[in-house]
Design a protein around this ligand. Structure first.
Ligand code: ATP
Ligand code: FE2
Length: 331
């Protein structure tokens, strides 16, 4: 089975095509186009316009790059949430149009679950991981328990990526600021004490963000501030991930989301995993960030397990929670 997946929950629009190879995910193509606001944060309608402008060409390009014909596509999937309403609607509309014109089934999938399943589908020995999902808008610790993907811990305010981007914006770094903060942090030497807010397995960043901005405004070096932000937030993320692993008795950890590109975060989580004799997994960068291939792969899993959706029922849900998904494809 070949599935074409469309991802458009936030600032990027992605089209991926995957083939089911005896239960493993073979990625045939995975194209992403990101909307970059000229200044400030993402404006949902502008991002949606960007997606609408680019989606038709991306679909054509991805079919060409996969060296298949449109008639080879067996299934069309799209991310039905969570995300920004206008962006979700644009991606869903494209998926519906494609499904109708190709006369192939359509399926809407949960974006967060897709981040986890792409790891299981593409990485050898990654079978039952705890996912630390760190992106712009999302920060969640997710694992499979009692028939569902459950959120064991999550941010109580903003996502870690948003925290980094907001700090970056306030000190004049370009969007996205995560990679720039990573480079600056390497040169940081002095650790500045920042609020470390964990409640159970939940986490919060806004107090830390304000405190970090104050340090910088009071003359602390940008490098030291970036270093301290990373050390504090990543340690907290590693801690809640470890707690979820202990709680669920799982011995695999998987990273997902754009912030998983950060080497310091990878190092911390990997160290924690090795101390627990657990396996550490991180997909390639193009499969970590928001991408169409992960949406396509979850479409395959759901379709194979018997899930069917009519075009007229292919809704979007801006607040589609991870634990609302009926996991029909796992025992
Ligand atoms: P979602 O809709 O799932 O919340 P998103 O639209 O924010 O995702 P992603 O591509 O998953 O998109 O993540 C983008 C985030 O990742 C940005 O906040 C960016 O600053 C951050 N990021 C990217 N590279 C790095 C890095 N090397 N270090 C830290 N953060 C990074
Ligand atoms: Fe994401």
């Amino acid at each position: 089975m070949i599935c074409l997946g469309i991802e458009g929950t936030a600032h990027s629009i992605g089209v991926g095509i995957v083939r089911n190879n005896n239960g493993n995910c073979e990625v045939l193509s995975n194209l992403i186009k990101a909307y970059r606001p000229e200044k400030g944060g993402i404006h949902p309608r502008e991002a949606a316009n960007h997606h609408a402008t680019n989606i038709a060409d991306l679909i054509k390009e991805s079919v060409k790059k996969s060296q298949i014909d449109f008639s080879d596509v067996d299934l069309v999937s799209f991310s039905s949430g969570p995300g920004l309403g206008p962006c979700l609607r644009t991606a869903a509309t494209a998926a519906r149009a494609l499904s109708l014109s190709l006369k192939k089934p359509i399926i809407g999938v949960n974006h967060c679950v897709a981040h986890l399943e792409i790891g299981r589908g593409t990485l050898n020995d990654c079978n039952d991981p705890v996912l630390l999902y760190t992106s712009g808008a999302n920060t969640q610790v997710i694992a499979f328990a009692e028939g569902k993907y459950r959120v064991f811990g999550e941010t109580l305010d903003i996502g870690i990526g948003n925290c980094l981007d907001k700090f970056g914006r306030s000190v004049g770094l370009e969007f996205p600021s995560g990679p720039k903060i990573e480079k600056l942090a390497i040169k940081g030497k002095k650790y500045l004490e920042l609020p470390y807010s964990i409640k159970g397995m939940d986490i919060a960043f806004s107090g830390l963000l304000t405190a970090a901005e104050q340090y910088y405004n009071n003359g602390e070096k940008l490098e030291d501030t970036c270093y301290s932000i990373q050390e504090t937030t990543f340690a907290a993320l590693t801690e809640i991930t470890e707690r979820a692993m202990a709680h669920t008795e799982k011995d695999e950890v998987l990273l997902g989301g754009g912030v998983a590109a950060n080497n310091r975060l990878r190092d911390m989580v990997q160290t924690m995993a090795s101390e627990r004799n657990a396996s550490f997994f991180v997909p390639s960068k193009d499969l970590c960030v928001d991408n169409g291939a992960m949406i396509a792969w979850l479409g395959v899993l759901m379709h194979n397990s018997g899930v069917r959706m009519k075009v007229e029922n292919s809704y979007i849900d801006q607040r589609f929670r991870t634990d609302m998904v009926d996991v029909t494809w796992r025992d």
